[in-house]
Design a protein around this ligand. Structure first.
Ligand SMILES: [Zn+2]
Length: 309
């Protein structure tokens, strides 16, 4: 029998969202753990979930992936080379809030997540097709875009142009990193102008939006793309639905901000289940690869078979 005070505490299914995210941050999941599916409430054996690339075998709910899991799943085995792993975020505003300083938070996040920043960039191949890739890690401060996130992305865009390879970004994010204030917001303009340059050079940007993708990331580089692909059920938007409802004082339609809703309203190009992602991306890369080869031949720019100049 629960104590009376328990009725007034948020727990179980009434936990606030932030706490649910913290639970997912436990990336060292014991191998014999049972995980409850948020889609169908079935208990799934964690090893089975790893075998299905973290898609529920009962209802096809797509669990979130860490950035390196995503890279491992999308790229050809052993093909990934990381770029700029050693750039570290500084604390330009000496920011602190009630929970401590930004510096302390960064230190704790690095230890907990095993990553140095919220964005991992590099190059690799998908079914032999060369690609530059940038993947955000939601477990690192909600994959918020700060100055180093922006800088790494811009460098990846520039390297994609130099190598004459398509760029693939995989974005899940809470938006701009508030701890860096205006420096964070500036990354929106900086990344988009780098993408414009990539476009002028004739290199495509393929954007994958995965759950959840919000704020300044959705409003900048993540949706400035030649093709926008989303995973089923992914929540994508700028402001959260509660904020919009409070401001507009209107009830939002059913399924608002889901990938399916956005596809129906023309904001994204396709929804691809995780199991088909590699095939779909390889088809897109082959298509664009042929165009890059043809354009390079016409401009007399040498491109080797693996895309390197
Ligand atoms: Zn399920």
């Amino acid at each position: 029998m629960p104590a009376m005070r328990d009725f007034f505490q948020r727990r179980g299914k009434f936990r606030p969202e932030e706490q649910a995210d913290d639970d997912r941050a436990e990336h060292n999941i014991p191998e014999d753990l049972w995980i409850k599916c948020p889609g169908c409430s079935e208990l799934i054996y964690s090893r089975e979930l790893e075998r299905t690339d973290r898609v529920c075998p009962k209802c096809a709910y797509h669990f979130r992936l860490r950035a390196r899991q995503r890279i491992g799943q999308l790229l050809d085995p052993g093909s990934f080379t990381e770029w700029h792993a050693s750039i570290l975020t500084e604390d330009p505003l000496a920011f602190a809030d009630g929970s401590g300083s930004y510096e302390q938070k960064l230190e704790q996040t690095r230890t907990k997540s095993g990553e140095s920043e919220a964005l991992i960039v590099g190059r690799g191949s998908i079914e032999g097709q060369p690609v530059a890739i940038a993947v955000s890690d939601f477990e690192f401060l909600g994959a918020s875009m700060g100055s180093v996130f922006g800088e790494k992305l811009v460098r990846a865009i520039e390297l994609a142009e130099q190598h004459r390879e398509p760029l693939l970004t995989v974005s899940s994010s809470g938006g701009a990193r508030m701890h860096e204030g205006l420096f964070s917001l500036m990354q929106m303009a900086k990344t988009v102008s780098a993408l414009a340059q990539l476009g002028r050079a004739g290199m495509p940007h393929i954007a994958m939006l995965v759950d959840p993708c919000y704020g300044g990331v959705t409003a900048s580089y993540a949706t400035v793309a030649d093709v926008i692909v989303a995973e089923p059920g992914a929540l994508i938007g700028f402001a959260g639905p509660r904020v919009i409802e409070q401001i507009t004082r209107q009830k939002l339609p059913e399924g608002f901000q889901t990938a399916e809703f956005l596809l129906a309203h023309g904001m994204i190009d396709m929804i691809v289940p995780r199991v088909e992602l590699r095939d779909t991306l390889a088809t897109l890369l082959r298509h664009y690869g042929e165009q890059i080869q043809a354009a390079s031949a016409a401009r007399n720019v040498p491109v080797s078979s693996n895309g390197h100049v």
